[in-house]
Design a protein around this ligand. Structure first.
Ligand code: C2O
Ligand code: CU
Length: 474
């Protein structure tokens, strides 16, 4: 198999001209409404056997690549043809609170057959994505997700751009999705993992080819849309440059340890230079567990230029206010639970309860600061309040044996330290991995008013209690 039609459309379609070495994206514009139709349909996921019934946007998994320019105003008309209520959250985009797509917190869920208009401007360039926030532990792994790309006025200069939305499906031998969403055991452990890795909605594997010409330069936008799976990607035979994390440019640098950690919710943009001769192929391998080859880099065609390009120039940062640590308010968050190490008593939706009862009655297996919230409709007390413009340092302490990619809505934060060890890069992110029995310090300026979700992006963990809100008061 070579590029599917979808790969082609997403990788090198209409926008190709804009990505040629000399080009740049269009100027900011106000766009007419764009319809996103959430529905049920079938799609060929595995190459062999029948197609799979999936849920998705506009008849494909992933949904359409939404591609706009920085500063644009967009109008996204979401129509719900699912058998459940839903919402759409624009992961990483700094939207006004009432456009954030969180059921019961920022809007009423979109009724079956109903619709909702999301209208907002795009202050930040970068790689983002969209997905429901309603029953996300089920709706996302069924296929409701898509890439949201905001072009920089001056992007990193490449010959071509490719988007890979990574995820997985849990399929039976009949290629049907296994209907086992919402198991307490998944909530309390590593989450529900699929058995079929996917790139842009179809099965990954050695047959999936990223075709490169010698000395060609490609920007690869990686999005982890899996509901629970962390990737650790190695590009054998290549030395990609990391140019942004979660949409925020960094000084271009090689992948730390040569293996790219990508947790659910996170994005990384790589610049890959074609470094082999025609006919050569190299593996792209997920080094988590035993190592699964998810794709091949295959060489064909004439060299694009005589020599491989050097280190790419850094892109201009988005306009984010720098947190000042000397005047920051300190907040703390403790994480407990999981199948090993749950506290004996915790508060659920405001009431103290015994843990066995909680697990049996609510499927709750995790707590944040000894409270658990798992349903948006039941959100009672925010984790903490901040004043608009407040500078904040947040220390997260993980008393569990599991990793938690923690995602804050409406803001980006600087990652200051992991396990007390200063992080020299101090990159901006919206989703950071909190290691098992580890800690993480982040800092940000609370400049977006409203009640914002703060939750684990292993969506089964969120559904198992690892979900709360923080409030920025006006
Ligand atoms: Cu990508 Cu609260 O989510
Ligand atoms: Cu988690």
């Amino acid at each position: 198999m070579t590029f599917s039609r979808r790969d082609f459309l997403q990788g090198s379609g209409a926008a190709l001209g804009a990505w040629a070495l000399s080009g740049g994206p269009a100027r900011a514009a106000t766009h007419p409404p764009f319809k996103l139709d959430a529905g049920v349909f079938s799609q060929k996921v595995r190459a062999d056997g029948p197609a799979t019934e999936v849920w998705g946007f506009n008849g494909s998994v992933p949904g359409p690549v939404l591609r706009f320019a920085q500063g644009d105003k967009v109008d996204l008309h979401v129509v719900n043809h699912l058998p459940q209520v839903t919402t759409v959250h624009w992961h990483g985009l700094r939207v006004p609170n009432d456009m954030d797509g969180v059921p019961h917190v920022t809007q009423h869920p979109i009724e079956i057959g109903g619709s909702f208009d999301y209208r907002f401007a795009l202050p930040d360039a970068g790689t983002y994505w969209y997905h429901p926030h309603q029953s996300s532990f089920e709706q996302v792994p069924r296929g409701l997700y898509g890439a949201f790309i905001v072009e920089e006025p001056r992007p990193v200069q490449v010959d071509r751009e490719v988007v890979w939305v990574l995820a997985d499906f849990k399929l039976g031998d009949d290629n049907k999705q296994v209907e086992d969403f919402g198991k307490v055991l998944d909530f309390g452990s590593d989450g529900r993992h699929g058995n079929v890795f996917t790139i842009n909605g179809t099965a990954a594997g050695p047959d999936r080819k990223l075709e490169l010409r010698p000395n060609e330069r490609v920007r690869l936008r990686l999005i982890n849309a899996a509901s629970a799976r962390l990737f650790r990607l190695e590009f054998v035979g290549h030395a990609p440059w990391v140019v942004s994390y979660d949409g925020q440019p960094v000084s271009p640098h090689p992948i730390p340890d040569g293996k790219l950690f990508l947790a659910p919710g996170q994005r990384t943009d790589l610049v890959i230079d074609g470094s082999a001769a025609p006919g050569a192929t190299h593996a792209v391998v997920d080094r988590r567990g035993t190592g699964t080859q998810i794709a091949s880099i295959a060489y064909a065609g004439k060299p694009v230029r005589a020599r491989r390009l050097g280190r790419p120039a850094a892109m201009a940062p988005n306009r984010l206010v720098e947190p000042r640590l000397d005047k920051a308010t300190r907040h703390y968050l403790m994480f407990d639970g999981g199948v090993k190490g749950m506290p004996a008593i915790a508060q659920v939706d405001g009431k103290p309860m015994k843990v066995e009862e909680i697990m049996a009655q609510h499927g709750i297996t995790w707590t944040m600061n000894y409270t658990a919230q798992h349903e948006h409709a039941m959100m009672h007390e925010p984790l903490f309040h901040m004043k608009r413009g407040e500078h904040v340092v947040l220390r997260m302490v993980n008393n569990t044996n599991f990793e938690h990619p923690m995602h804050l809505h409406g803001h980006f934060f600087r990652v200051l330290a992991h396990n007390g060890k200063p992080n020299a890069m101090r990159e901006w992110r919206d989703t950071v991995i909190l290691g098992p029995r580890g800690s993480c310090d982040i800092a940000f300026v609370a400049d977006n008013v409203g009640e914002w979700m703060f939750h684990c992006h292993i969506l089964d963990h969120a559904a198992g209690g690892m979900m709360g809100t923080v409030v920025v008061d006006d």
